[in-house]
Design a protein around this ligand. Structure first.
Ligand SMILES: Cc1cc2nc3c(=O)[nH]c(=O)nc-3n(C[C@H](O)[C@H](O)[C@H](O)COP(=O)(O)O)c2cc1C
Length: 176
């Protein structure tokens, strides 16, 4: 593994007005500063109205599979919708399969409520295990997310910067 592993940040919701976008942008910025090669992969850019499974060779699946094949690991930012992760994230993940195998996945939960998307993260972990992705034990949980950023989208609560840094350290220990 090289000293600058490729770790894309997946933004898992396409919702208009999504708060998770601020979180995903912050995580991508900090990942880059920590020495990872990263880019924000926005689910909106890969949306299809229905599942296209990984074995169907279409431009959409091949595009996603190529991205996942290039990645050494993943960071997934997911909001909590009715105690789970968004359907569009599942449709996206189902577009690839073997490209995920054996790679670490760091998770960031986002919610309006006090649990920081913990239930979405736990559901998502089960799905990732099927892909033989390896979810990190410690996730970052943004609770009451609207209060954590100012109107310009700048982080107010610096505690989260430390938590993200710890998560990135955990990824480095595995990859470098
Ligand atoms: C369909 C839907 C369901 C939601 N369910 C929950 C929930 O179960 N628990 C919670 O804390 N917040 C819930 N929320 C609020 C989101 O967590 C909140 O919108 C937060 O900002 C993160 O999502 P966002 O990136 O779409 O903004 C829900 C939001 C939507 C749109």
């Amino acid at each position: 593994m090289n000293n600058h592993p490729t770790i894309p940040v997946i933004l898992g919701t396409a919702r208009d007005g999504r708060e998770s976008e601020k979180v995903a942008k912050l995580v991508a910025e900090l990942a880059q500063a920590a020495g990872f090669q990263t880019e924000l992969l926005d689910v909106r850019e890969y949306m299809t109205s229905q599942t296209i499974p990984w074995w169907d060779k279409t431009p959409e699946t091949e595009n996603w599979q190529k991205k996942m094949a290039q990645a050494d690991g993943l960071i997934i930012v997911t909001p909590e919708y009715n105690h789970s992760f968004p359907g569009e994230l599942k449709i996206l993940l189902d577009k690839a399969y073997k490209e995920y195998e054996g790679k670490p996945a760091a998770l960031v939960g986002v919610s309006a409520g006090q649990f920081g998307g913990a239930r979405a993260v736990e559901h998502l972990k089960q799905v990732l295990l099927k892909f033989e992705l390896h979810p990190l034990r410690n996730a970052v949980y943004f609770s009451d997310v609207a209060s954590q950023f100012d109107a310009q989208g700048v982080l107010i609560n610096e505690e989260y910067r430390k938590r993200i840094a710890k998560m990135l350290d955990d990824l480095k220990k595995i990859l470098i």
